[in-house]
Design a protein around this ligand. Sequence first.
Ligand SMILES: [Zn+2]
Ligand SMILES: [Zn+2]
Length: 1008
Amino acid sequence: MPHDLPKAYDPTAIEDHWAAYWVREKLFVQPTPAAGERLDGKSFVILLPPPNVTGRLHMGHMLNQTEMDILTRWRRMSGDRALWLPGTDHAGIATQMMVERQLAAEGTSRQQLGREAFEARVWEWKCHYGGAILEQMKRLGVSVDWSREYFTMDERLSVAVREAFVRLYHQGLIYRGAYIVNWCPRCQTAISDLEVEHVEQKGHLWEIRYPILRPAGGGPSEEFITVATTRPETMLGDTAVAVHPDDERYKHLHGKKLRLPLMNREIPVITDEWVSREFGTGAVKVTPAHDPNDFALGERHHLPKINVMDETAHINAEGGAYAGLDRFAARKRIVHDLEAQGLLAGVKDHINNVGHCDRCKTVVEPRLSMQWFVKIQPLADRAIEAVEKGYIRFTPENYKKIYLNWMANIYDWCISRQLWWGHRIPAWHCAVCGRITVPEPGTTGDPRECEHCGSGEITQETDVLDTWFSSGLLPVSVFGWPRIITGAGAPSYPSRGEARAEDRVGSEDRADFDAFYPTTLLVTGFDILFFWVARMIMLGCWFAPDIKMPDGSDRLLAEAVPFREVYIHALVRDANREKMSKTKGNVLDPIEIVSKYGTDAVRFTLASMASPGTDIAFNVARTEGYRAFANKIWNAARFIFMNVDKAAEAGIPSIMDRFRRPYSSEEISAIRSSLKDIPQRAAEGIKRLLELPSDSKGLFGLPLIGSEAIEDRWIVTLLYRTAGEVNKALEEYRFDAAANTVYQFFWGSFCDWYLEIAKLRLDFGPALNMQEFSHREPTEEEDKILERRSIACRSLVPLLLVFESSLRMLSPFMPFISEELWHAVWEGNPPRKSIALAIFPKPYQISEAVPEVIEQMALLQSVITEVRALRKESGVEEKAEISIELKIGADSRSLIEENRDIIERLARVSEVRLVDQISAGLPRHHTPAFDVAVVYERTIDVAAERERHTKDIAKYEKQLASGERDLANPSFVASAPAHVVEGRKKMVAETRVLLEKARAALRALPPE
Ligand SMILES: [Zn+2]
Ligand SMILES: [Zn+2]
């Protein structure tokens, strides 16, 4: 039986099945358009922010991917050419650390292995353990195109990275320079400002006396200048002391020299406006090689830059007696020695903002080193223009300002990293002339000789590129750049001679680029707005203009942007709105929650709380609630299928089969002639079915119902309206509004009202032998059964079709359960391979949609709700049927008359009496539209009532006495907080009323 759903909804069983099915059937593959293919409709293209290949799925990913999947599924179902492109990032530092840890455990190191063997080892690691996160994504059913999965170290993408570098280099936008960088002594690489985590720490401020020298080598005077520092070990590299030029305290020292303690080096006193007179003593030591501000000072005053530390933050030979010491050991020794020489003027406690490496938590050391930079201004200018002109739109909007502000103050981008895992910089150093050779753009071969002196002694740069350099190129590189722009569309850059033909970057089909660039949307977290989003914009706007438009015209900036929209999502916090962190131990593992409640429930939880700019307080209690929602849908399906099966037993042909495809006219006449022998009453329902249109619009759009029943017209109209609201909410990234609207419709309207009313009509009666009716008339009893069946058959049509449409509306939010039930609705033979390929409900205008029916139904619902409330208040037993009196305006009477069966069933009413005046003494409710009363004589158990009232009276008396005692106690009134005293007074007053009521009720009881 296709309708044989398991009794209980078990998400794991169905989710594993469908997740595997979607991947196996390649359902979300978006093929490259064939050459010359006309591209109809809109594209919806979205890149997955590539997780680190070392990564595991966390709640942030789960939110990010849920939002992307909802949007992608919705747009795909709305008829767009949807492409969601996945991949992973090689994650330079993280991956290298992972493998280094392994090596350490084996008692070896990357240095012992050598570069080549180490790289091979990382690839091996990647093949074994890398991309586990993609497997997790597959299990969660994200609708990405797995056929396009990339890895940032793939050959194809590596070509793009190299091309971007050499092109920028030959455009004069890459330079090499000694620079102060944030250096991690553990990772032994420069790290970007964004990768430094600042932590407040208790430290000290040491005040050190630098002796002033007498003029002309006269030796130390009695005078000192006092400087303050939090890192005394850096003094080994001091090359000046700076004061403000207008600082009266030091005017007499301008041009004088100092003796640098411990190092015995002469250093000048310099003046610079940058020095703050108010901070400390107003004199600052200058260490150009170990502090970014001092570096700038050193540049302005042409000071020597003495680097006193090696890569591991040990003092090097420049540090004299301290050479070989770790920086913190050196600090201790230096403070000790200064004190011994009487040069330590003081030590103060100081709260210090100390930079730590984001990856390994080591204290970062600002350090002078040779690095590669991108001269960022020309790239930033375009990236600013693209956003200012609205070619890229941010949601929430305030991120536009944050982005522009950051862009306006951008620094040159340090792109080199001292790692072995990554894209090695394509630059060669010459051992003879010392100059650099970078290959020509558009080529892939490595240079064989120095282009300056012709020497063959050239070696490739050992640094690799910052990981963000490659991920910043993804929007262009995944669609074929730079292979697609040799030839006609090639950019103009200074060319120096012909490249060897065999090395040229090959030409590739540009169909992908034409079809999918610019991408539509980027969904990401705030934390990588600058790391990644800004860099994609800069690199996209820089390289894409070189690619002509499909029609051969120039590509303007509006078409060069990597994406048109950026949606920045919020954080997932714990239930108490705390940020999740390992230290706090409040990190929720999405996979764990998924295995407990199912992916659908977790997705729905996130969606129901996700709206622009609002953090999500993730509470599993809510997930439990959505698990119950899934259960509700499951049970609704079981109820519907039970009736479909009953209909089949009663000889009614499959309804969904009627809608799967149009019947041919031969088929229709065959069915018609078979109806000849069936009694008129039974044939009616089936004939009706044949009359329903069955075009594909009806099939994949909204149900066409052909029913006059109010509940059918109401639910269809509501479905239209809900579809309109959901579409609008998703357009505005209001995932919460969309999810809650679907939820309300499904549970609040479809299950709670529509299904309940439908039960009135679903009566197939006992089995009948239809063959008999060819030679005899049905009895009166049989005729009634046949008539009921005709009604049941008619109401099954809208019931099934509205349910089918609702599943499609639910599908982007809960893809698994909707897929399972959708296949069951279609009896295992759906018109498409997956619900994800069916059409998302749209707010069509058709004649069945009648807004006034919503108001009419609301009136019926209101009558029913009021009667239910009255029943409860009057103590009517759950099962008892009662009469009601209803006083309602003349224009609504016919509505009530026609639908009294609905009121009777849903409010357990035996009779609806329409009256002009409610009889005296009946419990009643008044609303603006009607008055309603229940006609109910309560039969009471006098003894039980007497006991209940007596108990209540005793309880109230006790409460009252205790409250009055407190209030009579002057020390209580004087010492208790005001609100407690107030509360007590209120309690006493209320208890008095209750006590009086109970006493009156007891008196009113008839004698036993
Ligand atoms: Zn580190
Ligand atoms: Zn050379």
